[in-house]
Design a protein around this ligand. Structure first.
Ligand SMILES: O=C(O)C1=C[C@@H](OP(=O)(O)O)[C@@H](O)[C@H](O)C1
Ligand SMILES: C=C(OP(=O)(O)O)C(=O)O
Length: 450
């Protein structure tokens, strides 16, 4: 009887994922679907909640993070159908009509939920909101959104001198600003644009480089008027639009596809077809980086689905080569840095990832954690103050590693384990469900281990 390659074991509230590639070698093959885009899922739920009429969302990500968003907006009066099928309906309550919740709003592990929601809460006069999250989220910086909101006259209090959740927000009538953000962050940009919805006049955000533009696309689809200056990376929203419920079809998340793009590239003899992947240019840094590394990826069946470009991605294994990833590409592949580090281990030569200090304030310090866990597996990886340096070509050995409760770390380590000798143990693998509940099932499918 052949031994299984992938095993998932529950111990108390934690899951331990073990991966043991067979001595005879392993290859990945097949056609697969990936879950809905997390960023678009959050935004569709939020805009659906504050629009008038019904919003129908197809392909919604049924991960833990969008569940946190849905729970928060239900607590403020929106009627959202159960998140148990990928078609979800939202009965909007109308702009400015979020109700004061009876209890603390819990954003769970989701930075996007907390930061975007703050823009809406701060601009709802005469209500008090308390917002918290899990231990990871309570350690992530909130001043990046609190400061601009305070410039708009928002009243927000938080721990550590108004920088950390739990937060209290006393909703106010806000005044419009032009905010020059020091970081290229879609969460900062979107928070301010959402605050601008309820603010008389023009609210503008300028960012140093372009971050993902899903908010801009969906706000316009729901009826808001935006002025976009792509030369200066500035977006202006005009206050008090009429937002109307829409049908939103959410494409597959390229950040989830990234695990398979790298897995099939580095495991010899592999070929995968990943269907229905969102290829919004503000998200395709991963494709550009893998192209620089000589990956064999083709885009098939390109199309537009509710205002977002989509394609099927075919990827075949090949020898990758090292490269430098730095500058304006970073915001366009920010969540893919952990899996790119795995790709670099199997590339020839040196890969340098720079300008990625933001990784230190994600669900974990992703630079420190990837360096420590991949070092345990024998990788030649050095942590830089704002990135990673990886010398490829060192064979990996199995090790006992930890996700640090970070979904992207759990999944990146699982892909590294496919090319490691022996049995890799990934602790706290349940984190994957934040953005990719079906990850282990799909891993078994493409490895022929089901
Ligand atoms: O706006 C969004 O949906 C997101 C923006 C990014 O964060 P930053 O805005 O902090 O860069 C990204 O890391 C996160 O996974 C989702
Ligand atoms: C950083 C992430 O998400 P968030 O900021 O919403 O927690 C992520 O999904 O990698």
């Amino acid at each position: 009887m052949s031994k299984s390659i992938i095993n998932l074991q529950s111990v108390e509230n934690q899951q331990i994922l073990t991966i043991t590639p067979p001595n005879t070698g392993l290859f990945l093959q097949g056609t697969l679907q990936i879950p809905g885009d997390k960023s678009i899922s959050h935004r569709a739920l939020m805009l659906g909640a504050i629009a008038e009429g019904e919003t129908i969302i197809e392909g919604l990500l049924l991960g833990e993070d969008p569940r946190s968003t849905a729970e928060c907006f239900r607590a403020m009066g929106a009627k959202i159908s159960p998140l148990n099928s990928d078609k979800v309906t939202v009965q909007g309550i109308g702009l400015g009509k979020l109700e004061e919740p009876q209890d603390v709003l819990n954003a769970g592990n989701s930075g996007t939920t907390m930061r975007l929601m703050l823009g809406l809460l701060a601009s709802h006069p005469d209500r008090l909101f308390c917002v918290t999250g899990d231990a990871s989220l309570r350690s992530r910086p909130m001043s990046r959104v609190i400061k601009p909101l305070q410039e708009m006259s928002a009243q927000i209090w938080g721990r550590k001198n108004n920088t950390l959740a739990p937060l209290s927000v006393k909703g106010q009538t806000l005044k419009p600003i032009h905010y020059h953000s020091p970081i290229a962050s879609a969460q900062v940009k979107s928070c301010i644009l959402l605050a601008g919805l309820m603010t008389e006049g023009k609210t503008t955000v300028t960012e140093p480089a372009l971050s993902r533009d899903h908010s801009e696309r969906l706000l316009q689809a729901f009826g808001a008027t935006l002025e976009i200056d792509s030369k200066t990376h500035s977006v202006t929203i005009i206050g008090h639009p009429k937002l109307t419920g829409q049908k939103v079809i959410v494409p597959g998340d390229i950040s989830s596809a990234a695990f398979w793009l790298v897995a099939a590239s580095i495991v010899p003899g592999s070929e995968l077809l990943i269907e229905n992947v969102g290829i919004n240019p503000t998200r395709t840094g991963i494709l550009e980086a893998l192209e620089m590394m000589d990956a064999d990826i083709t885009l098939e069946n390109k199309r537009i689905v509710t205002g977002e470009p989509v394609a099927d991605l075919r990827v075949k294994s090949c020898q990758l080569k090292g490269c430098t990833i730095a500058g304006d590409i970073l915001p366009r592949l920010i969540d893919e840095v952990p899996i790119l580090a795995v790709a670099a281990i199997f590339a020839t030569g040196k890969t340098v990832i720079k300008d990625a200090a933001e990784l230190r304030v994600k669900e974990s310090d992703r630079l420190a954690v990837m360096a420590s866990e991949l070092t345990k597996m024998g990788a030649n990886i050095t942590e830089l103050s704002d990135g990673l340096e990886i010398i490829g070509g060192t064979p990996l050995n199995a090790a006992d590693v930890d996700s640090y409760t970070d979904h992207r770390i759990a999944m990146s380590l699982a892909i590294a384990a496919l090319n490691a000798k022996g049995k890799t143990i990934i602790n706290r693998a349940e984190a994957a469900a934040i953005s990719y509940p079906e990850f282990v099932g799909t891993l078994q499918q493409v490895c022929g281990d089901k």
